[in-house]
Design a protein around this ligand. Structure first.
Ligand code: S5P
Length: 254
């Protein structure tokens, strides 16, 4: 619980406590396109994860009812909702994308992603859009997992510096390597799989152990490694045990 007391970020306080209580540091990426399929998976997997991540703009039959069902499941299973929007525009546009359109992301997404290349004015725009009474956070994309990404050391450096300026709103990072020495931020690492090293479209996978121990992940993002398994719940539980034991070892308090 040391890290919980070291963070000033309200979302991270919730997450540190939830990880310890639920004994999981999994974020499940539910990249499905039919709302009923998403709801079905989330109801099954919710007890074993701390976060459900979606790409709302790939859902073919999106409506408000889908959001209402997600929020009901969030309360039932106790997880946070992460909309992986990867904002990457000027502040005025990002603000409209965050609060408006048909998705009204700010209403329901506890966490969103922002490309670090856009700098600080976009963070301030998102903060302006945060009118919910609940905590909201943003994750800075410091590095990406796929082959040929143009973000390297510079992304890591920029993300670390920007996060320090907005510690109550920036929850942490999406990265393949350590970004910050500040224990109050949370690092998310995608590109994790047990039985595969890639998807033939550039994605590169490492094991949960490599992600947490070598790459410094606090939370691992897992998608197809679970969803495409023969027995998804069994596979999720394997990810859960393997990733959480590494996380617990790394965060052991003396
Ligand atoms: O660098 C990244 C950043 C993200 S957020 N690489 C990623 O793969 N992601 C997301 O993580 C991606 O959009 C997808 O939703 C998920 C990985 O899914 P998987 O099926 O490859 O595990």
């Amino acid at each position: 619980m040391e890290r919980m007391s070291r963070t000033v970020n309200p979302i991270n306080k919730v997450l540190f406590e939830m990880m310890e209580r639920k004994k999981t540091n999994l974020c499940l990426a539910v990249d499905l396109t039919k709302s009923s399929e998403i709801i079905d998976i989330v109801d099954k997997m919710g007890p074993h994860v701390v976060i459900i991540k979606i790409h709302v703009d790939i859902i073919e039959d999106f409506d408000r009812e889908f959001i209402e069902k997600m929020v009901t499941l969030k309360k039932k299973h106790d997880f946070l909702i992460f909309e992986d929007r990867k904002f990457a525009d000027i502040g005025a546009t990002v603000l409209k994308q965050y609060v408006g359109g048909i998705f009204r992301i700010q209403d329901w997404a506890d966490l969103v992603t922002l490309h670090v290349i856009t700098g600080t004015t976009t963070i301030e725009a998102l903060m302006k859009g945060w009118t919910s009474s609940e905590p909201r956070g943003v994750l800075l994309i410091a590095q990406m997992s796929h082959k040929g990404s143009l973000l390297h050391e510079d992304g890591v450096k920029m993300a670390g510096q920007i996060a320090q300026q907005y510690p109550t709103f920036v929850s942490g990072f999406i990265s393949q390597a350590k970004v910050s020495n500040d224990p109050g931020f949370i690092q998310f690492t995608p590109g994790v799989n047990i039985g595969s090293t890639g998807d033939g479209m550039g994605q590169q996978y490492v094991t949960p152990e490599e992600a947490v121990i070598k790459r410094n992940a606090d939370i691992i993002i897992v998608g197809r490694g679970v969803l495409q398994a023969e027995d998804p719940v069994k596979m999720l539980l394997e990810f859960k045990t393997r990733a959480y034991s590494c996380y617990a070892m790394k965060n052991k308090e003396n």
